[in-house]
Design a protein around this ligand. Structure first.
Ligand SMILES: O=C(CO)[C@H](O)[C@H](O)COP(=O)(O)O
Ligand SMILES: [Co+2]
Length: 222
């Protein structure tokens, strides 16, 4: 069973409380929160205060995707704000192993993300330590971009490595351009957490959108 995590990047930022409450009522499993610093990616979004504000409007796990430089400086703040999952970018961490353990020591799920131009091997040495690998299926920074099919082989490779080290619980998340049409491709490759921004918050029928993505993904792995 896949986890569907709507990304609030495509929600109405002036009504985030109502938006996440509606996503929860519409069948979402996690809420994906995109944090951008204007340095690691060419866009700026939100910080821990907004995460804490969102947390007050949903009981779903908050899946915090840090697209920031020096993420180790802010992990405690996002944990205190109510994050359940914190994902850092491999490209942003000189001491990736240390940062992963910093997240785990706070009792959270630890994730590592890789950009489309980064090989799966960039996370191989910490695969035993992480709860989740996020394979970016677009270049991070903006919602509403087209899915990059070349990323699919990395999902397959990571699932294979997880099997070799008997890491059965490893979550493989995909983010960017995920919709009804692309969900079967990533699910077949081995992804089990699907982030969708535009495909959920860009539609008025959020329940229908979430259902369609879920059915497309689950149908592909039956
Ligand atoms: O991390 C992100 C962008 O950097 C977002 O989570 C992602 O782009 C979701 O948007 P969409 O589903 O519209 O592509
Ligand atoms: Co994201």
């Amino acid at each position: 069973m896949v986890i569907i995590a709507p990304s609030i990047l495509s929600a109405d930022f002036a009504a985030l409380g109502a938006e996440v409450a509606e996503a929860e009522a519409s069948g979402a499993d996690w809420i994906h929160v995109d944090v951008m610093d204007g340095h690691f990616v060419p866009n700026i979004t939100l910080g821990p205060a907004i995460v804490a504000a969102v947390k007050a409007h949903t009981s779903l796990p908050l899946d915090v995707h840090l697209m920031i430089e020096n993420p180790e400086r802010y992990i405690a703040d996002f944990a205190a704000a109510g994050a359940a999952v914190i994902t850092v970018h491999a490209e942003a961490c000189v001491h990736l192993h240390r940062v992963v353990h910093q997240i785990k020591e706070l009792g959270l799920m630890a994730g590592v993300a890789i950009n489309p131009g980064t090989p799966a091997a960039a996370v191989r040495e910490v695969l035993e330590d992480v709860d989740l690998v996020l394979v970016m299926t677009v270049n991070p920074g903006f919602g509403g971009q087209a899915f990059i099919p070349r990323t699919l082989h990395k999902i397959t490779q990571l699932r294979e490595w997880a099997g070799e080290i008997n890491h059965k619980g490893l979550r493989i998340e995909v983010d960017g351009g995920i919709a009804e049409a692309t969900a079967p491709l990533v699910a077949q490759a081995g992804a089990d957490v699907l982030v969708a921004g535009n495909a959920v918050f860009g539609r008025s029928d959020r329940a229908g959108a979430i259902r369609a993505i879920r059915e497309a993904a689950d149908g592909a792995v039956l």
